[in-house]
Design a protein around this ligand. Structure first.
Ligand code: MOS
Length: 747
């Protein structure tokens, strides 16, 4: 390698290299085949008709007129929808949700599917759906966080307790030198992946072939198989690329199942793609929260108590409760800590996991509250955090498996130039007279592990195939997982045929919870290690091999060769070992799962700190984020280019959360008034002038075999609070309702 060579320099392994996406060329040339790009012979087009009311019944659909429209083949309604083997309200928890599959005429939320029109062309199906002209009997919709009687949910998120406590919060608050009691609100948000949920379904007898984006093909297989009364192995899913998911594609949704039902009804392949406005209802969302934070500190500014209560909303017919208080379990040290929830049931589609579910909303409120307390103490907000951040996990008392938060604070602050921040607000202006403010937020996200399996096959030509039913949501799984595969076999990336994205491969687990690389990576690593162990055994037991007698642990695998650890000049090519043994191939298997003993001993989280600069127009209240610097520690970094990109994505979402995203419901009708990307604002390029993500090195020996933590979601956390706190620093106005719209900064 020439001196001054670019960042592609190799250090003897693929892991750690900032490779560009292996599928990048396919994607930029249109060669990547997304679900809706599949057009099997004889395929028909299906279009959903969705409810224009939020609560009531469908009293009539003009099916005859729709059917009479040229090109329309069938109209699927509760009257003729194929019978299901299992009622869609009959779910097996967790990670399974009730689906609206035309089982009756009930309407439980706006944009609920009420019929599907199937036609020879998309245009005919669209027109047919318009001709249905539904009539309804309407009941008054229940809307918002005060829309119904609150109750305490049995569990929140993916099954966490709705009530947790350690120490005596009331005593801690009474004894405090200073107290804070504040209410923060976050708005409902919708996932809005660039690729809407789409599906092409083809029944081949009792076998179902499905092109659909999925963050977890194995769960989708099971759910679909249960609904249709077939063996999960009969459900063949192809999901090589997702145009984003953010949690909304983690579980199979009603529109996807309706496409399968439509294909069964007409006996032909059917394609169903959701329209953008239809995404605001049946495929999940991030529910609104109202969070009450009560904090106490002693005279030195150390927390004496922290109480975090969340009110949220779920649907009338299913349970998902945004677990926003949970982040307070892990970030700040306090002798007394309590978290709790209540919720209302309103006429909305069921909420769901959405990028950093819980932590995004929860850390927004927590970080503003912490900032307010720092202000009350007259302390710099970074200094206050350095005084109060937790060295052991507050709720459990467990040590963190590793933690580089202090370094994140330091690296981020230095890079940002935090030291020159004036303590008081409204002190800085730019050359144009805009108010300038600086804010900080602490980032935190758990390091989870799901179950997965992988298979590796080394062939006599020295090349290998590695297979896993993993998922690429756009995050770069095709690349990062292939890097792990190559290293696990001691091969160059070019010598590994890495296959993923279909359900007939070993179960790749879930692309969610920020742990796909860790989970799928561990399974792949195990499969490669299994191959190498078998190969070593052959060589070290063979007197003709230079490795004879080295023992299985006495060899290492590198560049397609096994080498003696004690003398690397003695080694042998894989091809020679296989040839002499007369083996065409060696197949290895690997599995991943969280290690329960380690999880019982350690708290496992990624950590970070985000610093924001905003500029606020003092006359108009318009807010712009002019700089964001995040520093994150998330264990071993498989591909720094992709990881940086994940941090950027999370931080951009943080801008979106703090300033833009807000689904607004009409309180009269229960309909979302801005169910489109013109009126539902998301952060775009022009909103993101300068982003930096610092990758803080961290070695975590406990978290999993490869020491990998997740990077997909942590970027959202911390960022929202940092921006809100920067807005305060610019203006002196504390906005506790997100997103921060300009009206809140005027008058
Ligand atoms: Mo994410 S909300 O775990 O897809």
């Amino acid at each position: 390698m020439a001196e001054g060579a670019p960042a592609r320099a190799r250090h003897g392994s693929s892991i750690g290299q900032p490779l560009t996406r292996q599928d990048g060329l396919l994607k930029v040339t249109g060669g990547a085949r997304y679900a809706a790009d599949n057009h099997p012979a004889g395929m028909l087009h299906a279009v959903m008709a969705v409810s224009g009311i939020a609560r009531g019944r469908v009293t009539a659909l003009d099916v005859d007129t729709a059917c009479a429209h040229p090109g329309v083949v069938a109209v699927m309604t509760p009257a003729n929808a194929p019978k299901l083997a299992r009622h869609p309200d009959d779910t097996g928890k967790p990670f399974m949700f009730r689906l609206d599959l035309l089982q009756n005429d009930l309407v439980r939320y706006a944009n609920q599917p009420i019929a599907v029109v199937i036609a020879e062309t998309l245009e005919a199906a669209t027109e047919g759906a318009a001709l249905l002209c539904p009539t309804y009997s309407v009941e008054q919709a229940r809307v918002g966080l005060d829309g119904a009687e609150p109750f305490e949910p049995r569990a929140v998120g993916a099954g966490e307790a709705a009530r947790c406590a350690k120490g005596d919060v009331e005593a801690g608050l009474s004894a405090a030198a200073r107290r804070l009691d504040r209410v923060y609100e976050t708005a409902p948000q919708y996932h809005n992946a660039m690729e809407p949920h789409a599906m092409v379904a083809e029944w081949q007898g009792d076998r179902l072939v499905l092109d659909t984006p999925s963050q977890c093909m194995s769960m989708a297989q099971n759910r679909i198989a249960g609904l249709f009364g077939i063996d999960p192995a009969q459900v063949h899913i192809r999901s090589p690329f997702l145009g984003g998911g953010f949690g909304s594609k983690a579980v199979i949704s009603a529109p996807q199942v309706l496409g399968i039902m439509a294909a069964r009804l007409v006996g032909r392949p059917v394609k169903l793609v959701m329209r953008r406005e239809q995404m605001f209802g049946p495929v999940g969302h991030r529910a609104a929260t109202r969070q009450t934070l009560r904090l106490g500190v002693d005279a030195s500014g150390a927390l004496t108590a922290l109480d975090h209560h969340t009110r949220t909303a779920s649907s009338t017919f299913d349970d998902f409760f945004e677990p926003a208080s949970g982040v307070s379990h892990t970030v700040y040290a306090t002798p007394a800590l309590a978290t709790s929830y209540d919720a209302v049931r309103i006429d909305t589609g069921t909420p769901l996991f959405m990028r950093a579910p819980g932590e995004a909303s929860g850390s927004a409120a927590l970080e503003i509250a912490i900032d307010e307390m720092a202000e009350a103490c007259g302390m710099d907000p970074l200094e206050f955090r350095l005084k109060n951040y937790a060295e052991v996990e507050p709720i459990s008392g467990k040590p963190f498996s590793s933690k580089a938060l202090r370094e994140c604070y330091a690296r981020g602050a230095t890079r940002f130039g935090w030291a020159s921040r004036p303590l008081a607000p409204r002190q800085m202006r730019d050359a144009d007279g805009l108010l300038v403010g600086w804010g900080i937020g602490t980032a935190s996200f758990p390091a989870l592990m799901f179950e997965a399996a992988a298979r590796a096959t080394l062939r006599s030509d020295g090349a290998a195939t590695v297979e896993i039913g993993a998922h690429d949501m756009g995050q770069g799984a095709w690349t990062a997982l292939a890097q792990i595969a190559a290293d696990s076999l001691g091969l160059d990336l070019a010598d590994v045929d890495f296959r993923m994205g279909t359900s007939d491969l070993p179960n790749g687990g879930i692309a969610g919870g920020s742990c796909h690389t860790a989970t799928a990576g561990q399974a792949i690593h195990g499969a490669g290690a299994d191959v190498i162990a078998q190969l070593s055994q052959i060589a070290t037991n063979d007197q003709r091999s230079p490795l004879f007698g080295a023992g299985n642990t006495g060899v290492l695998a590198r560049n397609g060769r096994l080498l003696r650890r004690d003398d690397e000049s003695r080694g042998e090519n894989y091809t020679d070992i296989l040839a002499r043994a007369g083996r065409a191939c060696i197949e290895g298997a690997g599995k991943a799962a969280g290690d329960q003993a380690t999880q019982a001993a350690y708290a496992m989280h990624a950590h970070g700190a985000v610093f924001a600069e905003v500029k606020v127009d003092p006359g108009l209240g318009q807010v712009r984020v002019s700089r964001l610097v995040g520093a994150f520690a998330a264990g071993r970094i498989i591909n720094p280019r992709l990881v940086q990109s994940q941090y950027y994505g999370g931080m951009i979402w943080g801008i979106s959360f703090a300033l833009h995203e807000h689904a607004v419901t009409d309180t009269r009708s229960g309909r979302i008034m801005n169910a489109n990307l013109a009126d539902y604002h998301v952060t775009v390029n022009a909103d993101v002038p300068s982003l930096e993500a610092i990758l803080v090195e961290e070695h975590d020996p406990h978290v999993n075999a490869l020491g990998i933590k997740g990077v997909g979601e942590i970027g959202v956390t911390g960022t929202v609070g940092a921006i809100a706190n920067a807005v305060w620093h610019a203006t002196g106005i504390r906005v506790r309702t997100l997103p921060i719209t300009l009206d809140r900064l005027l008058g």
